[in-house]
Design a protein around this ligand. Sequence first.
Ligand code: 13P
Ligand code: SF4
Length: 365
Amino acid sequence: MQTATISFDKFNPLQEDECHARIRAARARLAEQAVLLCHHYQRADVYQYADLTGDSLKLSRLASQTDARYIVFCGVHFMAEVADIMSRPEQLAILPDLAAGCSMADMANLAKVERCWRELGEVLEVEQQVTPVTYINSAADLKAFCGERGGIVCTSSNAGSIAAWAFAQRPKILFFPDQHLGRWTGHQMGIPLDEMVVWDPDLELGGLRAEQIRHARLLLWKGHCSVHQMFQPAHILRFRNEHPDGLVISHPECSFEVCRQSDFVGSTEHIVRTIKQAAPNTRWLVGTELNLVNRLAEEVRAEGKIVQFMAPTVCMCSTMQRIDPQHLAWTLENLAAGNVVNQISVAAHERAAAKLALDRMLAIS
Ligand code: 13P
Ligand code: SF4
């Protein structure tokens, strides 16, 4: 039975104990009607309620496989959009705090990407020569842009095979919004750095000369993750001096130099799996978000493994952090009362083309 929507004001001041009791009660009432998908960066006090966890690729697959009516996404906005696109029409994707965005995703928008495409068209036969590839950390309209132009979506765990597919279609790639993932992927494929150029969306012709564009194989959008840019080669150097047997693992959103100096580079799921499967008593330096690193350190401590965060300062994904127990309690109580709150619904005119780009990705991954 539906009641009036319960205001968040009543949940904001809730003490931890009461908040958790209300989450558990609402979760029990919802039973199979809801599934909680949690990204690895979620804070511990929310992550404990996850039904399913993963990196962006795994979560997008899971979103397409669940039967639950409500897909409650403890992650950021673009992830909930993907859940909406990949699920059936009668299923609803819910983001407990609408302000949980991704600052990297916001570094590219449709107007700027369309301008880029137009300007590239002044120098190249763009439709024949360039495959647009968007990192999954992007708004649905950019995924639709790629879907409509023979392009594709990638995540941090499949960027290599997606780029190989994209190059098989056309000789150049326009990669947005993360220059670092794009550069690392190109490097892994053997593309020299001088054949990868950075497109600055705030400058005419991306700040490039026509000749540079014609020469380039990879055009990298000037975007980055504010969390991963904190990790520096000097942090790795200090760790290696102090612990010559230690191992370094980083997310490909880190800078090129950090990735190059790491022993392993991969998605959040890859980082978790690699350290869990490593030999006992090993020591690790990890270049990714702090909630993941703290949880992992705790989980492998009993095997004598030591897991350290790469940066000396605390750096979390502040937008992921917004999904707190208060927002989760508010969301679940409303859903249990039949009130749909914070639904993420991708516009009908973008959905089909965005799904095309995502389906192309899932078929290859
Ligand atoms: P993963 O796909 O590796 O989980 O990465 C998502 C992300 O936003 C990392 O900052
Ligand atoms: Fe976006 Fe960076 Fe947060 Fe990942 S860690 S969701 S890329 S802001």
